[in-house]
Write a protein that binds this ligand. Sequence first.
Ligand SMILES: *[C@@H]1O[C@H](CO)[C@@H](O)[C@H](O)[C@H]1NC(C)=O
Ligand SMILES: *[C@@H]1O[C@H](CO)[C@@H](O)[C@H](O)[C@H]1NC(C)=O
Length: 397
Amino acid sequence: MNSSLIRWLNITVLGAILADGSIVQRKSLDFTYRWAYTPLQTTNLSSTLLKYSHMGMLSILPNKSLAAAWQGSEDWWEGGHRQAIYWALSQDGGLSWGQHKIVVPSSHQLPLWGPVLHVEDDTVYLFFAVSHAQCWWHGEGGMHWACGGDVMMQRSLDSGSSWQEPQMVYSFDEEGGIAKMIANKLTISSRGHWLLPFWREMGGQPECNMQPAKHGMPGLLVSPDKGASWRVIDIMIDPQETPTWLIEGALSAGSSKGMYIMLFRTSAGHIYSSESYNDGMHWTPARRTQLPNPNAKVDVVLLPEDVLLVAYNDNAESSRDTLALASSGDGGHTWVQRALLETNPSGSFHYPTLLYDSSQDKIFVIYSVDFLPGKNSNALVDLPALHADKTDENGAT
Ligand SMILES: *[C@@H]1O[C@H](CO)[C@@H](O)[C@H](O)[C@H]1NC(C)=O
Ligand SMILES: *[C@@H]1O[C@H](CO)[C@@H](O)[C@H](O)[C@H]1NC(C)=O
């Protein structure tokens, strides 16, 4: 209890990605947030301005820079053909950020989704999904591709200065043809296997809807050899529970007792959870937790002394206006809310991803910020008064 309280006071919250691609950081100490803005470099608006940014992911690179990666687009809508994987780097633990740039360009005019970064030894592994060419529909912005498709991986041996050719992890064509999607980081099991959560999505043309029974079903991609080969383990829902999809699975590291937990976004008003006690090889049927869920992504990390920390929207209905952290000292049976990171009825604060940096004993959270009604408009127009101790307004417009 004491130690989690100390860690708690050291939480650093940073890196809300704004719709225009800039990164807002806030540092928290004793629950007092200090805002600092990174001015967006818009010397050439037509080539650098992002109108859409989502699905943030954080990692510390082998050369110690902090990386924030996300899916971004110069179009305002999700799933456009220019949607690519972007990142920005910080050399000072998130206090300031360099200009964002494309790490993986959209592939053959198909959008890219859900970057997942993994750093091991001196190698950076970047996972993402590529839409399937046939899976699109006409929407407000023109052609929209359905999310997910082939899951790919590419490596860098120099902290991301250069990347090897992407290779296939799990293709759309597997399982009779259904899009595969990723959103949260992988975990290494105690026997050294990679465990990467994924799920299946449908959408677009009829040939993309051939496997309706699999839509929203989660699984784990398991690799015993650092991505050279993969197999799939499925996770089922407890038949006693309210039926729901189970997507955007968030996976903890293994506890000292060998317990792993996966938490899922659902349409049933609660986060669902599944556990493994044999190194991720088998999973209990997913059941509801006490934590609410407005059908939105969550993330979980394991802190020292087997404390689990979850970042989630503390809303049971469709709103995502409250973003919170809760911890559990009993393997996810009970949760205690530790902080409200955001609470503002005119905004959406969603898709949190956590990073625990054990060298500093610090937790980082990255998440998307949208203000209504212009969902993807500049997010700095209406700051919550509660957090209004601004230190630098250069980037605010
Ligand atoms: C801005 O970038 C666009 C696209 O890359 C280019 O066509 C245009 O010439 C650039 N404008 C200036 C002023 O550099
Ligand atoms: C780490 O590598 C990146 C290249 O991806 C580079 O931009 C950055 O400056 C490097 N950081 C340090 C601290 O050398």
